[in-house]
Design a protein around this ligand. Structure first.
Ligand SMILES: NC(=O)c1ccc[n+]([C@@H]2O[C@H](COP(=O)([O-])OP(=O)(O)OC[C@H]3O[C@@H](n4cnc5c(N)ncnc54)[C@H](OP(=O)(O)O)[C@@H]3O)[C@@H](O)[C@H]2O)c1
Length: 271
């Protein structure tokens, strides 16, 4: 498993398992399947309502805690110093853990304008050793710049929508310039990119599936990717991407598919 070193010094697996929209009743089985397939990084969120099931799977799997990398996110109703502290404690309890590997602010909610204050709570959580790294999600350059200007810490990770139809070149560059690791959500665009003729042709050339080609593209670019699936065969397929590499011209051909097309909300206006 490839890992990326975060600005906190923690090593984060470059490929993880996402559980957005996995119902609570299904999430335990899905996470157990992922852990059996070899994933060690799990991405959940208070918003997904399935942290308890993720926690059950972690316990049942028997995988030692220090081999796992667990991320969850602060919900949109928990911005503000006290609310953030309570939200963190609640997530930790639901997950059955005594520390998190990564805690993220899920959305900046610029209209609420409380993300700087919320970030200060996360700094405290990290300072207390309750999260090994802290970061943000869906933050644009202006939101990140305010954190740099008004607080003392640079986020370890910025988790953003990122796939061949939304390559986010400028934001990736900005993250990189500041030592922030870019993590891709909806890395296969909720499967929209899998039927793209360019992706299909490259898949045929390498005798791999379209999902494997797109995930490998993320790895070649240095992104962290967290594909979601509840289908055991796809969970395994998405993890089998460490035994081949894409040639630079194939990476470039996939990057050229960019259409600035989102599958999710725009962070500037969401919330
Ligand atoms: N921070 C944020 O705001 C945010 C927002 C969205 C997502 N996320 C995170 O990112 C993770 C991934 O994003 P996502 O769930 O939106 O989208 P995604 O991983 O790009 O795509 C998931 C969809 O693709 C299908 N799929 C997965 N592997 C496949 C394969 N090998 N072949 C064909 N289809 C395949 C899945 O179907 P089945 O499940 O039916 O197999 C599911 O419908 C989430 O689970 C969550 O952890 C974060």
């Amino acid at each position: 498993m490839n890992t990326v070193t975060l600005n906190s010094g923690a090593a984060m697996p470059q490929l993880g398992f996402g559980v957005f929209k996995v119902p609570p009743a299904e999430v335990r089985r899905a996470v157990l399947t992922a852990l059996e397939a070899g994933y060690r990084s799990i991405d959940t969120a208070a918003m997904y309502g399935n942290e308890e099931g993720v926690g059950q799977a972690i316990t049942e799997s028997g995988v030692p805690r220090d081999e796992l990398f667990i991320t969850t996110k602060l919900n949109n109703d928990a911005h503000g110093t006290d609310a953030a502290q309570r939200a963190f404690d609640d997530s930790l309890k639901k997950l059955g853990l005594d520390y998190l590997d990564l805690y993220l602010i899920h959305w900046p909610l610029p209209k609420q304008n409380r993300y700087v204050e919320t970030w200060r709570a996360l700094e405290q959580i990290a300072g207390d050793g309750r999260a090994r790294a802290i970061g943000v999600s869906n933050f644009h350059e202006s939101h990140l710049q305010r954190l740099f200007d008004e607080t003392g810490t640079v986020p370890a990770v910025n988790q953003i929508e990122l796939h061949p139809y939304l390559t986010q070149d400028n934001l990736r560059l900005f993250d990189g310039k500041h030592g922030i690791v870019t993590e891709a959500w909806s890395p296969i665009a909720r499967s929209n990119v899998l039927t793209d003729p360019t992706v299909a042709a490259i898949a045929e050339k390498y005798a791999r599936t379209p999902a494997q080609i797109v995930l490998r593209w993320h790895l070649e670019l240095g992104n962290i990717a967290i594909p979601k699936s509840v289908t055991p065969q796809r969970i395994a397929e998405n993890f089998a991407v460490f035994d081949f590499e894409l040639a630079p011209d194939d990476v470039a051909a996939i990057s050229a598919l960019n259409r600035n097309e989102r599958t999710g909300p725009n962070p500037e206006t969401f919330g």
